[in-house]
Design a protein around this ligand. Structure first.
Ligand SMILES: *Cc1c(COP(=O)(O)O)cnc(C)c1O
Length: 416
């Protein structure tokens, strides 16, 4: 391939016009949309309107007049088609970490109803995203060994770990370091054969991986609003619960927004129906409005096409690295076959951190993941093939000419 060939792909790209929906700084190739999606024009305009007209003018009446109270449900409705879910199965609320706690509780309550007095195993994977493991640890410590035991294993040991007793499987579809993808359908089928429930973390999936949660008979899922959904820093997350698990759904963070009549102010908790009982406290209207507006960028798009473009963008990048003579200087830790990875690539290199800083100085934004991983995300809504080609060439030059050795590139920031 060549830069010209990449430009030809851009000319024929039906998604190319989507770039106009975003505001990105000039001279920047943003390969970090998997960590923090860029701002959309729609979100900017919406925030302005919410501040000036709604909060600024209509004040508290906005809860009714501008339907703030319905925003967790209506934002969830926009996420549902990206998951292959019904609108009644998705709610926007809280962070991924908090939603994980709620769904772990829900899954445990469900298993306890099915087989009372039986101890449950909570199984997760050693290289899962740390917050998932930390929440799992805190959850099992709270409840004690008699009720639930945490079992964190290597990926190759997952099947064996759900062999013996009722288990909750807590997995992330796209590995945050390598991008390797789990087969949700196959794992769910196996888990159900063994009386297990599965909670999927879709943080690095939603908005780019084609998902069919209902068709795959998934149980529970969570995911992030600020990565491929471009909802803004700290945007609220979402939770999915399969319809078949909703009538018995219980979770302990019984805040008033999950109550069936919050404005009755009655002293006892009575859960609302369905997915709404996953809500806890007052929704963050500013950040949820930004996410809600950003989600309109997905209207009319097939996630399949987004994934196909993301795969091709990452292959264009790989071709560029090879053509520019750097394929051997960096160790690819992602699956070589694009169909086996998410919309990201990871490379290990002892100087991964200074390399990421040196790239940033040249306008190529990537991230570093401890201890030695350079990570690049290929968001299909705003990246072009030519940019991915150029980014490959810049990385190749940075590595082969050791441009990262300058002292200033080794100074660590608080957030990497
Ligand atoms: C980004 C990410 C999170 C973030 O969790 P928050 O509680 O929203 O900060 C969780 N899990 C995975 C797999 C992620 O990639």
């Amino acid at each position: 391939m060549s830069l010209e060939a990449a430009q030809q792909l851009d000319a024929a790209d039906p998604l190319a016009s989507k770039r106009q929906l975003f505001e990105l700084p000039a001279q920047t190739i943003y390969l970090n949309g998997n960590s923090l999606g860029p701002v959309t024009k729609a979100a900017k305009e919406r925030l302005q309107a919410v501040v000036d007209l709604q909060w600024g003018n209509d004040l508290i009446s906005s809860w009714n007049k501008h339907h703030w109270i319905d925003l967790p449900a209506s934002t969830g409705h926009k996420i549902a088609p990206l998951l292959g879910a019904k609108t009644s199965e998705v709610i926007c609320c809280d962070s991924v970490s908090i939603n994980l706690f709620k769904l772990l509780s829900a899954a445990l309550a469900e298993l306890n109803q099915r087989s009372p007095q039986t101890k449950v195993t909570l199984v997760s994977q050693q290289d899962n995203f740390p917050t998932d493991l930390y929440i799992a640890e805190g959850f099992t410590e709270l409840l004690g060994q008699e009720r639930i035991e945490l079992c964190v294993v290597e990926e190759s040991e997952l099947h064996a770990a759900i062999e013996n007793q009722p288990a909750i499987l807590l997995l992330t579809q796209v590995n945050f370091r390598t991008g390797a993808v789990h087969d949700i359908e196959a794992i769910t089928r196996l888990a159900h054969q063994r009386d297990c429930l599965v909670i999927w973390d879709l943080s690095h999936s939603v908005g780019v991986m084609p998902l069919q949660l209902d068709q795959w008979q998934a149980d529970y899922a969570v995911g992030c609003g600020y990565k491929y959904l471009n909802g803004g820093p700290g945007a609220p997350a979402f939770a999915y619960v399969n319809e078949s698990l909703q009538s018995s759904l219980q979770q302990p963070l019984q805040g008033w927004m999950g109550h069936k009549a919050p404005f009755d102010f009655s002293p006892g908790y009575q859960a609302d129906t369905g997915i709404n009982r996953l809500q806890c406290g007052t929704p963050p209207i500013l950040s949820m409005s930004a996410l809600d507006a950003a989600l309109d960028c997905f209207e009319g798009l097939a996630v399949h096409d987004l994934y196909a473009k993301a795969s091709r963008l990452s292959e264009t990048f790989m071709d560029s690295l090879r053509s520019n003579g750097a394929a051997d200087s960096l160790q690819l830790i992602s699956p070589r076959d694009p169909s086996e990875r998410g919309a990201q690539l990871g490379f290990s290199h002892e100087a991964a951190y200074p390399i990421s800083r040196a790239l940033a100085e040249q306008g190529v934004i990537t991230d570093f993941r401890s201890p030695d991983i350079l990570r690049l995300g290929f968001s299909p809504l705003f990246l072009s093939y030519a940019e991915c080609w150029q980014a490959g060439a810049i990385l190749a030059q940075t590595v082969t000419e050791k441009l990262y050795l300058e002292q200033r590139f080794s100074v660590k920031n608080k957030v990497t």
